[in-house]
Structures are given as C-alpha cells and as structure tokens.
Ligand binder design. Structure first.
Ligand SMILES: NC(=O)NCCC(=O)O
Ligand SMILES: [Zn+2]
Ligand SMILES: [Zn+2]
Length: 484
C-alpha cells in the first residue's frame, strides 16, 4: 500500500502543538511521531500540520433572487483547496412544495465534480406534513442539521409557528437547528420605506438591516429553541446585539453556537459608501458589513469562546449579476465570496495580530464545527484513524489577494489588494495532494459526501431537563378539577 509522509513539521491541533511526522495510507492517518518513512515525502520544514479547514456555510450554484450563485461545486471546492479548506457544508434548498429528499438529490447531482469532501444542511423553506415526515428521511440520509431563514420574506422565510414546529421535530430527531437570524418583517418594511424615500443605492441595503433586526431575531430563535428543547446554531453572526444574545444564552447553559464570517471580521460598513456603485454592490450581503465596534465584539467572542466557528457564507455573484439591482438595492443578489481567503485572512488578522493562538485558529476553522456537526474525529482532527484532510501551513508565505489569480469564477474579490501572511504549502483531501506550492492539482469528482449521524446525546440531555422542569398540576387534597 502506497504511503505518504509529511515530514519535519509541527502538528497543531485544537488542543496542542508538537513536532511530529504524519503518515498517511489509504486516505487516513496511520502514524504520528518522529522518524516516520513513506513512499512519498512532503517537506513540512518550518510549517504547521493542521486539520484542513471546514467551511460549514457555503451556497454553491444556489438558486437565489432570480439567478444562481456563480461558483459551483467544481470551482467552489477548487477555491477551498487552494485556501486550505478540505470540506464544505452546503445548504439544500427545497422549492415551495418540494420534498426534502427530492431537493437533496438535486444537490447530489450538483456536487459530483467536487474536489474535496462535502456535506449538507437541509433548509426548511416551507412547512407541512410532508416536510415533517421527510425530516426523518433527511436524518437517516446523513443530513442532520436544519436551517431556518427568519428573513427573505415572501421567499425563504418561515414564521415563528412554523419554526417552533420544526425545531421540536429537529429536537426529537436528534438534529441541530440552525437560523439565519434577521427579522424579515421589519427588513421588508424598512426596505419599502427606504425605496419610497429614494434611497435605492447599495448603501441602503445596510440601512434596511440594522443590528437590531439581527439581535431581535437571534434572541427570538434562542428562546424558541429553548422552549422546543433543541440545540441551536446561529449562522453569520455579525453584530454585538446578536453576539450578546448568544453570549447570554451560553452563560445560562443553553446549547447555542454563533458563527461569525471572515468578511464581517475584516471588512466594515464603509465599503457601502464607496463612490463606485459596483464596488458597493459587490459587497451586498445579509447581514451587511458592520462598524468596527461590532467587529471588535466578534473578535472578542472568538477569543473568549462565546463564538465558535469562522465561516464564509460563500455565495458568489458576478458584477453582471449584481447589476440586476442598479435601480433598487432590493434586487441586488445577496452574497459574497471568501472560500479561498478564509484561512489566510483569519491567520493574518487573527494569529499574526495575537488575537488567536494557532490552536484556537484550528478550533474555529475546523475542530469546533466538526464536533458541532458530529463528524469529529473523522474530520477536524490530526489523529490516527482520522481522514487525512490536512493542510501544511507555511506561516511565512505571503501573497496579495487578487481576482486575477483566484480560483473563484467571479470577476472580483471583496478582499482585493489585501496582503496575507500565512498560506498553505500543501492541502490534502483524504491523503490526496490537491494543492502544492501555489498551484491547484485538480481532480474533479474526488470529493465524497460526508453523511453525519444525529447527535441524540445533547438532545436527550435537553429533553431530560425539560421533563424534569415541565409544568405540573399542583395536587390539592379534597378538591376536584371543577373545584366542587
Ligand atoms: N448571506 C447572503 O447574503 N447570501 C446567501 C444567503 C444567506 O445565507 O442568507
Ligand atoms: Zn443567511
Ligand atoms: Zn448563507
């Protein structure tokens, strides 16, 4: 059996750092220690050997706002590998009235060209008996996390009663509830008012989605999840109001996780005031970029552990697609890219600034989400028996981010001109080198679907507590129910 050895590096995991070689056979790690040998040797001198990144929030070839996001599973996972990410988790989006498993099959059809492994979350985009039934089939098929959009009124949004029903079902199935937390009713009204007042430019997208709409929805989702007895994952947490709700919930013992994006950590609202319409529109996403004070809150959350995961919400639209909204910001397709840049940008602005240790970097880019999504230690680990999804990270390598050299299919990059220090030397997907010394070594179709099991232990713990604390009638002697 052919073997590969990564030699001379420092293994960095979420728990510890130690000098060791790593041997790989048949796509899995079979040895970690000094003096290992193998058929192929990858030189890791001066490098960190870390679990490959997991991006738990992508929208590849997503049907949205009258078009499709432009990176598909081929270009998206190529970008991922180039940036040290070895697994993406995309969202299956059933159409109105469409069965969940029918939609899942559509996503399986799209993902056949992936260069790295992938998994799915299931979106609950409508509610009915069929959805309730299909949720069990989804869990059995390895799709155990269920996303609810509290925004995009008239399209993807679900109401509170639907969300409560769905959360209870997710809890019973041992799944994970997820939310895009923005108050969609308020956003719709603010949007209409801004347009009526002649506020139609991309900056008005940010005005229509102030931090309050996110803070309110985050808190509401947390409370509904608590009443339903289900663990909750809040995607793209962008502001102090939402972070505060998550922080408070965690301090109260609730099972809630928050996910800031690399874009919100490093880009701010001033992007929307740029005199070039294209520049501003290319950065339209929901929630929008915030002030530097909100950024500071997100960084503090990663440092203190109140926020758990850094993702991208990679949903890339070309300039031509963004121009659908020339007359009104409400028609600009929402979304930005970042798959190739998440790890280098977080290393540069997180580790190189002293905000994060290398071990914390591994935790928030890979290990934490592998545990939350129940695919650890197959993913997110450097352990014997784990998949050899690895990145050999050169902390001294540098580049300037540019659309001209990126893998993504779109014609710009929101991080254009940013100098990053810290890049992959090699990226390996199940032992296969898919990126080496600045070049992708593509293999379409190498990526495999990662089916995930439900995580009933957390849900059982929550429901045991619910049972213990459930409302009970007071037994009173000598009185009947009618009081007679
Ligand atoms: N975030 C965004 O603007 N677009 C992608 C869809 C979503 O996650 O809301
Ligand atoms: Zn969203
Ligand atoms: Zn998203």
């Amino acid at each position: 059996m052919a073997s590969t050895v990564i030699k001379g590096g420092t293994v960095v995991t979420a728990d510890l750092s130690h000098d060791a070689d790593v041997r790989i056979e048949n796509g899995v790690i079979t040895g970690i220690g000094p003096g290992l040998t193998g058929d192929t040797v990858l030189d890791a001198t001066g490098c960190y050997v870390m679990p490959g990144g997991i991006d738990p929030h992508t929208h590849l070839e997503m049907p949205f706002m009258g078009t499709y996001s432009s990176d598909d599973f081929e270009s998206g996972t190529r970008a991922a590998m180039s940036g040290g990410t070895t697994m993406v988790v995309d969202f299956v989006l059933p159409g109105q009235g469409q069965g969940l498993m029918d939609a899942a099959q559509m996503w399986h059809n799209k993902s056949t060209r992936a260069h790295c492994d992938y998994s799915y979350h299931m979106a609950i985009t409508w509610w009915g008996q069929q959805v309730w039934e299909d949720m069990e089939a989804s869990v059995k098929a390895g799709i155990t996390s269920f996303k609810h959009f509290m925004a995009y009124k008239g399209a993807l949004m679900v109401n509170d009663d639907e969300m409560f029903q769905s959360f209870k079902r997710v809890g019973d199935l041992g799944g994970l509830a997820m939310v895009h937390a923005e108050n969609g009713d308020v956003v719709a009204e603010l949007t209409a008012r801004l347009i009526a007042e002649g506020n139609t430019g991309p900056e008005a997208h940010a005005y229509s989605r102030p931090p309050q709409v996110e803070g309110e929805a985050t808190n509401r989702a947390i409370m509904i999840a608590d009443m339903a007895g289900v663990p909750l994952y809040v995607v793209h947490t962008s502001c102090e109001e939402a972070h505060e709700a998550i922080r408070r919930a965690r301090a109260q013992g609730k099972r809630v996780w928050g996910e800031p994006l690399i874009q919100h950590l490093t880009l701010d609202e001033s992007e929307y005031f740029h005199p070039d319409w294209d520049h501003a529109a290319r950065r339209v996403m929901s929630p929008p970029f915030r002030s530097k004070a909100h950024q500071a809150s997100l960084w503090a959350g990663l440092q203190s552990g109140s926020l758990s995961v850094v993702a991208t919400d990679h949903c890339a639209f070309t300039t031509e697609q963004k121009r659908f909204g020339l007359k009104s910001f409400a028609q600009i397709p929402n979304g930005t890219g970042g798959l190739e840049d998440r790890m280098p940008m977080l290393w540069t602005h997180g580790v190189n600034t002293g905000r994060l240790t290398p071990n914390e970097f591994v935790a928030v880019t890979s290990t934490n989400i592998a545990k939350i999504l129940n695919c650890y230690p197959k993913k997110g680990a450097v352990l014997v028996g784990a998949d050899a999804d690895l990145v050999v990270w050169d902390p001294k390598a540098e580049k300037t981010i540019s659309a001209a050299t990126q893998q993504s299919a779109i014609d710009y990059n929101v991080f254009e001109g940013q100098k990053v220090v810290g890049l992959p030397r090699y990226t390996l997907s199940r032992g296969r080198v898919g990126y080496a010394d600045g070049a992708v070594i593509p293999q379409e179709g190498h990526g495999e679907f990662v089916a995930r099991e439900a995580r009933p232990a957390v849900n059982r713990a929550l429901s045991a507590w619910k049972d213990l604390t459930a409302p009970r009638p007071v037994q009173r002697s000598g009185m009947s129910a009618t009081g007679v």
